[in-house]
Design a binder for this molecule. Structure first.
Ligand code: FDA
Length: 389
């Protein structure tokens, strides 16, 4: 195929760029390392139960961005699912993030907002947030020791596989506490899940006569049939591959956290009564349990005698692991500045998405930033383009 532009990575960022370019009359070649499109938002039906499982962890769509909401609704309708999270601590279940219900249940009180605020402020006064030298001190300064020890210490230690006293205070800038009984997890204007699943939504974005998707092509693998060195300088490229790998780790490796998922089909119709149950204590090795049937209570075809649960474990990513959350140590931040200089000097290539920019992006942010890149940066790239592939 002739390509006016090549997009590396078929996640939400890459698919948005590809779809916008194709709709504007350009021929787009999308090269994807995995055997499926959609990046980390991909989902599949569990073969035993038909229950939709998000392969790379729970994905809840939410946004207050009107443009993004209008755009995504071209490809899928959304259910009215509203996300709520619960957490188990010492055999008791509490609503998360910490709100008035959590506080009153935990302290066995019936405080109103002002009294609860005063209680937490009094407990938080033990330390100053600015003077904190580690994550534990910062958290105690924000919400006080009792709530920290119940809901933050064990969970954070499991997330990082590190004692919070050995983590830098910058890992948390704030810990949300709500002084009301709203237990909704997100406060965005729009929220929901794609009615017929993520895979159908993502496939519709790629389904355009001017888009060709080639799966199983890692453009940074020297053995790839179409590799970085074949593309750069010959065709405009938008890449969502990891920025450090793009430059052969010349400025060092950027560090990430990854997740391990332990999937199981249980012989019951409902295991935990909710989609996400966190486990706050460190004697439970996983951070949370996802039960996927609860994301779609409207689906009548789900079986009533089996359910799919996924236990999630968190740890630092090694070279061969999927990079999920950027860690952002001082070393990472310094390396990222040097990579940004290389990005600026890389002629004919635009970098985007969570791997290409080393930023955690929610789905709506990935889509929004892709739309902005198409508006603001792509026209210049296309004007100066070589003849195309
Ligand atoms: P994404 O990682 O999805 O896509 C990049 C693609 O590039 C991948 O398909 C990859 O294989 C490909 N690629 C990389 N290197 C390549 C190479 N060398 N050659 C070819 N292809 C290459 N968001 C949200 O809004 N609500 C939520 O609930 C969640 N939940 C959530 C849970 C977990 C565990 C994670 C890790 C993330 C979320 N997210 C989320 C974030 C969401 O996954 C994120 O917004 C999108 O994945 C971003 O899309 P990108 O296209 O930037 O990256």
């Amino acid at each position: 195929m002739r390509a006016d532009v090549v997009v590396v990575g078929a996640g939400l960022f890459g698919l948005t760029v590809a779809e916008r370019c194709a709709s504007a009359g350009l021929d787009v070649l999308v090269l994807e390392r995995r055997d499926h499109i959609g990046g980390n938002a991909w989902s599949e039906d569990d073969p035993q139960t038909g229950i939709e499982v998000h392969r790379y962890g729970a994905h809840l769509f939410h946004t207050s961005n009107e443009r993004v909401w209008g755009y995504v609704n071209r490809f899928t309708a959304f259910t009215d699912y509203q996300h709520r999270v619960w957490t188990t601590h010492r055999g008791e279940v509490f609503p998360m993030p910490i709100n008035l219900a959590t506080i009153n249940q935990f302290f066995r009180t019936n405080l109103g907002p002002a009294a609860a605020r005063a209680l937490v402020a009094g407990q938080a006064g033990e330390l100053s947030a600015d003077a904190a030298t580690n994550l534990e001190e910062r958290a105690v300064a924000l919400i006080g020791r009792p709530l920290y020890e119940a809901f933050v210490r064990g969970y954070t230690a499991k997330q990082w596989q590190t004692d919070p006293r050995d983590l830098p205070p910058e890992v948390i800038s704030r810990l949300p506490v709500r002084y009301g009984y709203d237990t909704r997890y997100f406060s965005d204007t729009y929220e929901g899940l794609p009615v017929d699943g993520y895979a159908a939504w993502l496939q519709r974005m790629a389904d355009h006569p001017r888009i060709e998707v080639r799966l199983g092509v890692d453009v940074l693998d020297p053995r790839a049939s179409i590799g970085r060195d074949h593309l750069v300088g010959r065709v405009p490229v938008v890449t969502t591959a990891p920025v450090d790998r793009w430059f052969d780790y010349a400025e060092g490796r950027l560090s990430w956290r990854t997740l391990d998922f332990e999937r199981e089909v249980l012989p019951v119709g409902d295991h935990q009564g909710t989609a996400v149950m966190n486990y706050a204590d460190d004697d439970v090795p996983y951070t949370r349990v996802l039960e996927f049937r609860h994301f779609h209570p409207e689906r009548a075809h789900y079986p009533d005698d089996r359910t799919v649960v996924v236990r999630e474990y968190s740890r630092a990513a090694q070279v061969a692991d999927e990079p999920f959350y950027p860690i952002g140590t001082p070393h990472d931040r310094a390396a990222l500045l040097r990579y940004r200089e290389r990005v600026a000097a890389e002629s004919g290539v635009l970098f985007g998405g969570r791997l290409g920019t080393y930023r955690y992006l929610d789905m709506h942010m990935a889509i929004g930033s892709a739309l902005t890149l198409v508006d603001n940066q792509l026209p210049r790239l296309l004007r100066g383009r070589a003849s195309g592939l």
